[in-house]
Design a protein around this ligand. Sequence first.
Ligand code: URA
Length: 240
Amino acid sequence: MERLQKVIASRGYTSRRKAEELILARKVYVNGKQVTELGVKVDNNAEIRIDNEYLQKEDKEYYVLNKPRGVISSVSDERGRKTVVDLIATNARIYPIGRLDYDTTGIILLTNDGAFANKLMHPSFKIEKTYLAKLNKIFTLDDFYKLKKGIEIDNREVKINRLKIKSKDIEKNTSLVEISIFEGRNHIIKRIFLKLGYDVVKLKRLSYGFLSLGKLKSGEYRKLSKEEIKEFLNTNKKAT
Ligand code: URA
């Protein structure tokens, strides 16, 4: 059961706030009965009519995308930049689960299933994310061991689940480091390395939980399978 205004918004008819206005204006009917006050909860599959229009139920869609650089992780952008949603051919009102920076590439999930997205984004949901970071210097062994122990960002510890130096380019003075963490604070990987004195010059998310990019090339996407959706929901059960 969900609040009526939320169900109306999820069917793409209007925003939650406008839906509230329509309810108070006595224009909304649920399973044939007029609803006149806020706070009513309804089944997600309820038949909803506003004036004379029946609201279509939107099927749930789930995608995994290999996000290219120069694309923003939101539904729309006031500066007119391309968004991850623009890359997916669907009329469903999908949005990204979490975000990757404009210049970060790699795996990102999108859906129109609010309950699924909220679950995956909840801090108690332990999804491991693995990133490949290119640093502007040689990553020292001292810093490797320092970072392995964990690091504080804004007075909160970030647990580093896995850390691996993939390569060092002495000539170009760069290194490639693979790092896995559970949390999803904004710019977290760049901030971790910055705290140790490194700039992340390239960042790619290689995997999100059990899911990796597989054969998806930059800009390509596919639907999640039913099994993958189930497995994400089970991840939570295993972690709690
Ligand atoms: N950490 C970052 O710094 N940027 C991202 O896009 C994702 C994680």
